[in-house]
Design a protein around this ligand. Structure first.
Ligand code: PBG
Length: 292
């Protein structure tokens, strides 16, 4: 699965330091990118939609809907589009939630906003939703809302074991989603706590997730098999921006060969049992002879 960053305010594509041939694109350039990716047998995408204006009360999702429907109108079932569901690129403070006064998380309001976003995306034509916010009960609430609108066949790929990781740096730069205060440790998982990480995935499974994920992928290989054994669901790995940038930047400094190192990293995730992989190099994985 290839991530794509699509931004409302860009006229030209924007470089993302550390992520090689990944750019932040406007809708028009994203459509061209997908056309090229299809030629490389890459048809599964994870969209990160970045609106121009931020807001903490009432989210205007018209840009999001436009991006999804324009891509779907052209490529129809030739592409499978996942969309990341989160609030961090929408809010002024860059957190994945809404707050009460004194910055306590308002879980109920957050879940209502997340499920509204999910339904809006499916209305626009998205094929599957991927909640990445890590709020309590989101998978259940999103499933309930989708079902209510007769979207019971739309799959949920939950970011189920997602750590408060040091490896999301290049992404937050691209998605304009870094928190303006504090950090995400109140809602993302503590990487020292294995049991909590397993419990988080089990809980997403119980709440109705269709696919589960470990993230950062290369740093969570040990969890893939136990999660699969305990839930019976498909479990994938997200090779995150900081992990991918490590390889890219080392190769730019002639310390290793990009494609060879990337190929190895894919096989490591596969060897650990990943049944799907989200990576910034997905578009070149087929040319390297790799499939999961
Ligand atoms: C949004 C989100 C993040 C990533 C995916 N969805 C950032 C975060 O949680 O801070 C990170 C992906 C990457 O680093 O490649 N919540």
């Amino acid at each position: 699965i290839q991530p794509l960053f699509i931004s409302e305010k860009l006229t030209d594509k924007k470089n993302i330091p550390g992520l090689g041939d990944n750019y932040v694109l406007n809708i028009k350039d994203a459509i061209i990118q997908i056309e090229n990716d299809l030629k490389n047998n890459c048809r599964n995408f994870l969209l990160f939609l970045i609106p121009e204006k931020k807001n903490d009360l009432d989210f205007d999702l018209s840009f999001h809907s436009k991006a999804i429907s324009e891509i779907k109108k052209i490529y129809k079932d030739n592409v499978f589009l996942w969309a990341d569901i989160c609030l961090c690129s929408l809010t002024t403070h860059g957190h994945c939630c809404l707050f009460d006064e004194k910055h306590t998380i308002n879980n109920e309001a957050t879940l209502a906003a997340l499920s509204k976003i999910a339904v809006t995306y499916v209305d626009a034509g998205i094929d599957g939703v991927a909640p990445s916010d890590m709020m309590d009960g989101r998978t259940n609430k999103i499933r309930e809302s989708l079902d209510k609108y007769n979207y019971d066949l739309t799959p949920i790929m939950s970011y189920s074991s997602k750590f408060a990781s040091n490896f999301y740096g290049p992404f937050r730069d691209a998605a304009n989603s870094a928190p303006t205060f504090g950090n995400r440790k109140n809602y993302q998982l503590d990487y020292r706590n294995r049991n909590d990480a397993l419990r988080a995935s089990k809980r997403c499974a119980e709440e109705g997730a269709d696919l589960l994920m470990v993230k950062p992928g290369l740093y969570s290989l040990d969890l893939i098999k136990p999660i699969k054994d305990q839930t019976g669901l498909m479990v994938g790995a997200y090779q995150v921006s900081g992990e991918y940038a490590g390889i890219t930047l080392a190769s730019e400094n002639n310390l290793l060969k990009l494609n060879d190192a990337f190929h190895e990293s894919l096989h490591v995730m596969k060897r650990a049992g990943a049944q799907f992989i989200i990576t910034y190099g997905a578009r070149k994985s087929k040319e390297l002879g790799f499939s999961v």
